[in-house]
Design a protein around this ligand. Structure first.
Ligand code: HEM
Length: 147
């Protein structure tokens, strides 16, 4: 319950500015794993990375990711209701060539974004609460690979 409070409290302000926070997250992701940029076919041959990050399709994906996080935060009490959606989302990512291992790096990037945005509010319990929720989301998405 404490976890849920921490997540909801921190998302309250972040969730109002999804795109800028999502851009921080994905900038970090491509810094840590630049090869992922190639999976966005509409982003081919753009450099520096910053140019890719401002393309409309890319910002669209950032928005989609943030909306999934938003849905998870709204459904903290009944995350299982997102199971089918997340399993299908996993399948789509398998189809575009994402490796489940990359979700670990996405998680690190999410934490990095939270740290940048929350400053002093980024505490060990808050970090753990987000990791727990993220693990549930990723586990459900990863089940999409099995079938
Ligand atoms: C769709 C890549 C992580 C949510 C897509 C597409 C690509 C992609 C190429 C299809 C084109 C598009 O819609 O823009 C990636 C990569 C990721 C990643 C490389 C990092 C490993 C995530 C995560 C989430 C997410 C973590 C949410 C938690 C979505 C959604 C769609 C999508 C909602 C739209 C699916 C649909 O069309 O129904 N992703 N993605 N993605 N992605 Fe990701």
């Amino acid at each position: 319950e404490k976890d849920k409070e921490l997540i909801r409290g921190s998302w309250e302000s972040l969730g109002k500015n999804k795109v800028p926070h999502g851009v921080i997250m994905f900038s970090r992701l491509f810094e840590l794993e630049p090869a992922l940029l190639n999976l966005f076919h509409y982003n081919t041959n753009c450099s520096p990375t910053q140019d890719c990050l401002s393309s409309p399709e890319f910002l669209d994906h950032v928005t989609k990711v943030m909306l999934v996080i938003d849905a998870a935060v709204s459904h903290l009490d009944d995350l299982h209701t997102l199971e089918d959606f997340l399993l299908n989302l996993g399948k789509k990512h398998q189809a575009v060539g994402v490796n489940t291992q990359s979700f670990v790096v996405v998680g690190e990037s999410l934490l990095y974004m939270l740290q940048c945005s929350l400053g002093q509010g980024y505490t060990a319990p808050l970090r753990q609460a987000w990791l727990n929720m993220y693990s549930i989301v990723v586990a459900a998405m990863s089940r999409g690979w099995a079938k």
